[in-house]
Design a protein around this ligand. Structure first.
Ligand code: FAD
Ligand code: NAP
Length: 315
């Protein structure tokens, strides 16, 4: 039986493995269905992970993550490139269901992350990470004193539009209706911000550019107005996120532990879920800041707590 099964090999999962093995757990496996590194490996530039900075050319997400597996596996963490289908509780142990087998574990740390929803317009995938972004904190500074567009009408879109307005010369906020889903005080702040121009009853039809990146977006209106061509090098898409919580779903449709209404795993400050021995870390958890440094910190806490849990159980 494994001491600890870690599901997901992004910053949270890798760091959980580092802390669990370096703390003394012997049998720790990280199930990551792809190469370890997580979603940050899709980013062309990262400049807010402390201690690692390169200006020209900027550090890519892939470069940031490249040394992590080497260090995190140095103390005994093993990577199995397998997709986890489901985690189950049976008595005082967990069962990690893979495609063809089940693996027993004393503790499980779920680090499966979240995935920003795609809006579905033409060019979205092609320019993702090259002008199309889902993270203003990460990428906003690349457009300092430039014009950008934001797509969406929820809290995230409006809050991020306000954040971008502090950095960029202008923010076009594109929303498919004339009413925002966001909280009224946030809407008020957006309305009062001179740098934000609302483009309502509109959707992005196409993002276009060349091999240097995004050059603009074509906007279509649903109230009969002529389409608009915005020559912006940055488009931020905030149309909601999907939490990758499928591994927690049980055969009867219920979830193994408590989630909030957005499907995020509810944890305490020790990354403990409602099920003893089950931890969650990184983007999947409630109130996640959705940053690499925060996911890594969560992973460290969860790794240490898995160790404490086993020590307590075994007296
Ligand atoms: P993830 O990185 O999402 O990793 C989860 C891992 O779990 C994935 O590798 C996935 O393959 C694996 N997985 C999922 N389900 C299963 C399963 N069933 N079985 C096995 N494996 C599974 N943050 C910053 O701090 N700075 C930035 O500049 C920045 N830029 C970003 C740019 C982009 C384009 C994106 C998309 C994100 C950016 N972020 C940035 C956010 C950052 O990437 C995330 O906050 C961070 O990666 C979350 O880490 P995580 O370990 O929780 O999850
Ligand atoms: P959200 O509330 O689901 O909003 C998504 C927005 O994107 C909506 O305005 C939606 O339009 C639009 N949209 C969806 N699909 C689209 C598409 N394909 N093309 C164009 N537009 C599309 O997501 P969120 O803003 O990320 O917020 C998620 C949850 O977190 C919400 O409950 C929110 O309240 C909460 N949140 C809270 C805070 C806070 O309390 N400060 C901050 C951030 C998030 P429609 O409105 O027409 O559906």
């Amino acid at each position: 039986m494994l001491d600890c099964a870690i599901i997901g090999g992004g910053p949270a999962g890798l760091t959980a493995g580092l802390y669990a093995t370096r703390g003394g757990l012997k049998d720790v496996v990280m199930f990551e269905m792809g190469m370890p590194g997580g979603q940050i490996t899709q980013s062309s530039e990262i400049e807010n992970y402390p201690g690692v900075f390169r200006e020209d050319p900027p550090l890519t997400g892939m470069e940031l993550m490249e040394p992590w597996p080497v260090q995190c596996m140095h103390f005994g963490l093993r990577h199995e490139m397998k997709e986890v289908k489901r985690i189950r509780r049976e008595g005082d142990r967990f069962l990690v269901d893979l495609a063809k087998e089940s693996v027993e574990a004393k503790t499980v740390i779920v680090c499966t992350g979240s995935s920003p929803k795609r809006a579905g317009f033409k060019g979205e995938e092609e320019f993702f990470g090259r002008g199309v972004s889902t993270c203003a904190t990460c990428d906003g500074f690349f457009y300092k004193d430039k014009e950008v567009a934001v797509l969406g009408g929820g809290d995230t879109a409006l809050e991020e539009a306000l954040y971008l307005a502090n950095i960029c010369s202008k923010v076009y906020l594109i929303h498919r209706r004339d009413r925002f889903r966001a909280a009224p005080p946030t809407v008020d702040r957006v309305m009062r911000n001179d740098k934000i121009e609302l483009i309502l009853n509109a959707t992005v039809e196409e993002a276009y550019g060349d091999n240097t990146g995004l050059q603009g977006v074509r906007v279509a209106f649903n109230d009969g107005r002529e389409p608009l061509d915005l020559k912006v090098p940055g488009l931020f898409v905030f149309v909601g996120t999907n939490v990758n919580n499928a591994v927690l779903r049980q055969e009867d449709g219920s979830f193994l532990c408590d989630l909030n209404e957005q499907g995020q795993v509810i944890v305490d400050l020790k990354m403990r879920t409602s099920v003893p021995g089950l931890f969650a870390a990184g983007d999947i958890r409630v109130d996640a800041a959705k940053q690499v440094v925060c996911a890594a910190a969560d992973g460290a806490v969860a790794g240490m707590e898995a160790l404490h849990y086993i020590q307590q159980q075994e007296g």
